[in-house]
Design a protein around this ligand. Structure first.
Ligand code: GTQ
Length: 361
């Protein structure tokens, strides 16, 4: 349509159009030309907003939850970290879910399995365990633990203190695809069939069983637990010996040792060290990312469509940087950050995009 046509658009033409839209609506028809720009945006236009959960502010609610309901009754005693712009959707980004799960001494979160993949990142306390496929893994702060799609899993605690971890799941993505199945087991806790450490011994030393050609867990890493002391040591060595990346500091991704790819089909996980005195350059990426602060303190400045926020974070805080929001990190005293995102999905579709800017706007 050229400009002349638009300018000669009469009121009666508009009425005719409105009448058409009204008449077709009962037939579940809607005109594309009124939606096109929103359906095919020039750049990602997420409804999500950047948000920050300070641990000292939310911990009291978690502990109160510990008083009003048992893990067993709740099945999973979790406070969902819900994106403020996605109210009622139990989502922290359009594709991903985040929650903080609490287990008290000697409690059980009963055995079940589901299509959704889950990661656990231990935030507070030691000595709880998660059991996957007959093998238990003890939780310690900073450990990254996997519950692969459709594997039986229960959580329990031999600890003498509350244990809290971050649950990262692909719940919204699976819901979007209408592809989720779930089942409860008849026993609350699964029978242990393999001693703790078996899967790590098989796959965690840059070695693998000679005759295992495929992952026993499909596309998911056969290592259930990636202990923090190893990740921390790697970052420390690289910080002291290698050039520091101007955007990330020192950042490594966790891998499925059998593929070199992300540990789960839908979620990538990262650990990064922001060195003391670091003033990072801004970047943006299509995968929205959720962060858990492991050690130290720092700041992230997030900018989107001219709006800026700054989060000053401390250990055990959580925050989300949504898709295509520009972020830059800084830290006076240094810090360590764990993060996860839906990057493997973007990569599988060939649409992942990242932009690293060379100057601060
Ligand atoms: O531990 O299995 O935060 O199924 C949400 C759903 C945790 C779990 C969550 C779950 C779990």
């Amino acid at each position: 349509m050229d400009k002349t046509t638009i300018s000669t658009n009469t009121a009666s033409q508009n009425d005719v159009r409105e009448q058409l839209y009204k008449d077709m609506a009962p037939h579940h028809l809607t005109p594309l030309w009124r939606e096109l720009h929103a359906l095919v945006p020039q750049q990602p236009n997420t409804p999500c907003v950047a948000a920050h959960w300070k641990y000292e502010q939310i911990r009291p609610y978690l502990m109160r939850a510990g008083e009003v309901i048992t893990a067993e009754e709740a099945v999973r005693r979790v406070l969902i970290l819900e994106n403020p712009a996605l109210k009622g959707q139990s989502a922290i980004t359009q594709a991903l879910y985040a929650g903080l799960q609490l287990i008290m001494p000697s409690e059980i979160a009963p055995n079940h399995r589901h299509t959704q993949s889950a990661l656990r990142f231990i935030v507070e306390g030691s000595g709880a365990f998660t059991a996957v496929n007959g093998e238990r893994t003890t939780m310690r702060p900073g450990d990254f633990i996997i519950t692969p799609s459709m594997t039986w899993h229960d959580h329990g605690s031999d600890a003498s203190e509350p244990v809290v971890w971050l649950d990262g799941l692909d719940i919204p993505l699976i819901r979007y695809l209408d592809a989720g199945f779930a089942e409860n087991a008849s026993e609350k806790s699964q029978t242990v069939t393999r001693p703790e450490g078996t899967s790590f011994a098989q796959f965690g030393y840059n070695m693998a069983p000679v005759r295992t050609y495929d992952s026993p867990l499909g596309q998911t890493s056969p290592i259930f637990s990636y202990p923090y002391d190893k990740s921390r040591e790697a970052l420390h060595i690289l910080e002291t010996t290698q050039p520091i990346d101007a955007w990330d500091g020192v950042k490594l991704r966790y891998i499925n040792p059998l593929t070199g790819g992300a540990p789960m089909p839908t979620m990538a996980t990262f650990m990064q060290r922001i060195p003391a005195g670091f003033e990072g350059l801004p970047y943006r990426q299509t995968d929205g990312a959720i962060f858990s602060v492991v050690e130290g303190s720092g700041s992230v400045q997030i900018e989107h469509k001219g709006e800026k926020v700054q989060f000053d974070f401390s250990p055990r805080d959580h925050f989300v940087i949504p898709s295509w929001h520009t972020a830059r990190f800084s830290s006076t005293s240094g810090c360590v950050l764990f993060s996860y995102s839906d990057r493997p999905v973007h990569q599988a579709l060939g649409i992942h995009k990242e932009e690293r800017l060379n100057h601060v706007e």
